[in-house]
Design a protein around this ligand. Structure first.
Ligand SMILES: *Cc1c(COP(=O)(O)O)cnc(C)c1O
Length: 521
């Protein structure tokens, strides 16, 4: 226990035999309690005059009479608190972030500069359309490039994340089917799919049916054909798939789907591997979300919100949700309700306003600064980097599938057989090495998955250092050095946390500890 009464690294032997500190800090790594634990009654960051005694409340008896429960802290304390927390945050700006399927890309500073221009950063979604013509033009231009890159005629910009885009795409598919009087109940999803795919289909009432994979990690075309039928609304397929492999039969899959009267939803989260090389529209895709926060580098996770525009085929484009931007004379208008539509048949509205403006600006800035050749090179370098990792590690770690990969390299835990070290232990040891772990235990189709996505901006030197580290850890695990793994991370502010408990029973509200003695337990 340290001074704040928090468990330290589970009493594990520290490799460097470092002393436990009196302060709870470890060098420049400051221990940080909750703001509520720091706060004291009667402290405030600002001086406000005492309220007039004679004020008559106009809240009709609804006014609060107790304390509001905010922590009492001074301004410097608030600043230290948040700066300390920010320094615990691992980020792509700090080091390699090989989180597979998440495409943690460098976010060029130019994007940030553009997003902060007052004409983009300071506008309000309820401003009159005549005062935000530049912003609408930017949306229209982004739409143009998204549809050009994918060769799809329509796009809905408003979905706020990939999963939200999936919802948008499937509702558009349902609307298109309903418009034909065609009621269908089943959506086919490969077993390696990202969890959001079956969740989305189930959320709007479809029955989810799994498509088996072949031994080489791809959709089993024969099994797929057998599953197709007049009740299949759509297939949801990721390409490259979540094993980091290109689905070679994608055109046959698209044709078989269309022949059966269904639609082809492509999960476009992995567009970073193919942009500039392959246009999903040419493959027969009907709807695909684009995670601007993956492929087009806008920050995500702890760094910012996402954006998941959905590109749509000719068959689905008329059903795109409101609102959308349309050219009108010399300017642009925002189509906000059905009465303004001209032949379109929007399925409704997904969000209150227009989507994530800040992400639109960053994504367009990324596209324009890279140009077509630059985007294509980003995809090629992403694939090259992942294959460099795969080729450099497959003699000591177990690659799950034969042959080269696309933008991420998938390993399983076979190489750890007999060592007593698990994928989780291995990932925790990577934290001690200063690396954010790769994606673990996903995709579910291989045992103890380790999915490594290095992204294109890592230099060869940076990849070599990562590879040396991974090889070193692998050798130590095979040499039987279990303590290095079991107790890891030794150098992180907190050691092993009960992650399942935190997910199942999240404690989202601070409650004052009953007695100090109990709190120190
Ligand atoms: C990231 C991802 C999603 C979901 O995207 P969000 O923006 O996180 O909602 C869906 N499918 C795949 C394959 C992904 O990698």
């Amino acid at each position: 226990m340290n001074r704040q009464g928090r468990p330290t690294s589970a009493g594990a032997p520290s490799p460097s035999a470092a002393p436990e500190t009196f302060s709870g800090n470890k060098g420049l790594e400051q221990d940080e309690p909750l703001l509520f634990e720091i706060g004291r009654d009667g402290i405030c960051g600002v001086d406000l005059p005492a309220p007039d005694k004679g004020i008559v409340s106009r809240l009709g008896g609804l006014e609060r009479d107790g304390a509001i429960g905010l922590p009492g802290v001074s301004e410097p304390e608030v600043v230290r608190h948040f700066v300390r927390l920010s320094q615990k945050n691992y980020a792509i700006d700090l080091g390699v972030y090989p989180l597979g399927s998440c495409t943690m890309k460098h976010n060029p500073r130019l994007n940030e500069k553009m997003a902060r221009l007052p004409g983009f950063g300071d506008i309000h979604p309820l401003q009159p359309v005549s005062t935000v013509q530049g912003a609408l033009e930017l949306m229209e231009e982004l739409a143009h490039w998204l549809t050009t890159i994918t060769s799809m005629p329509g796009v809905a910009l408003s979905p706020k994340a990939g999963a939200h885009g999936e919802l948008c795409g499937l509702i558009a598919i349902r609307a298109a089917l309903e418009a034909k009087g065609d009621k269908r109940s089943r959506v086919l999803v490969p077993e390696s799919a990202h969890g959001t795919n079956p969740a989305t289909a189930a959320a709007i009432g479809y029955e989810v049916d799994e498509i088996p994979a072949t031994a080489d990690g791809r959709v089993d075309l024969a099994a797929y054909r057998e599953k197709l039928g007049p009740d299949v609304a759509a297939i949801m397929l990721t390409n490259p798939n979540t094993c980091g492999l290109f689905e070679r039969d994608i055109i046959e899959i698209a044709e078989a789907t269309h022949d059966a009267g269904g639609y082809f939803y492509c999960d476009g989260a992995n567009l970073n591997a193919i942009m500039g090389r392959v246009r999903p529209g040419d493959l027969g895709v009907d709807a695909m979300h684009i995670n601007l926060h993956k492929t087009f580098s806008t920050p995500h996770g702890g760094g910012g919100p996402g954006a998941g525009p959905v590109v749509l085929s000719e068959a689905l484009a008329p059903f795109a949700p409101l609102p959308f931007v349309r050219r009108a004379g010399d300017g642009f208008e925002l189509v906000e309700d059905e009465s303004q539509t001209k032949g379109e048949n929007p399925f409704g509205r997904l969000v209150a306003f227009h989507g994530q403006m800040g992400m639109f600006v960053r994504a367009l800035s990324y596209m324009m600064s890279h140009g077509g050749d630059g985007l294509r090179q980003a995809a090629e370098d992403a694939v090259l980097n992942a294959n460099y990792i795969l080729a450099s590690l497959k003699d000591v770690m177990s690659a799950s599938f034969e042959g080269p990969c696309m933008h991420e390299a998938l390993f399983d835990d076979k190489f750890l057989d007999g060592t007593g070290v698990t994928t989780l232990d291995f990932a925790k040891a990577m934290i001690d090495e200063g690396y954010h772990p790769m994606t673990m235990y996903f995709p579910l189709v291989v045992h103890g998955a380790m999915l490594i996505e290095p992204t294109e901006s890592e230099s060869k030197e940076s990849l070599d250092r990562f590879i040396r580290t991974m090889r070193g850890l692998t050798e130590q695990a095979k040499a039987g050095d279990k303590t290095r793994f079991e107790g890891a991370p030794y150098f992180a502010p907190r050691a092993r946390l009960d992650e399942t408990g935190a997910a199942r029973k999240p404690v989202l509200r601070y409650t004052q500890p009953q007695q100090p003695a109990e709190a120190a337990e």
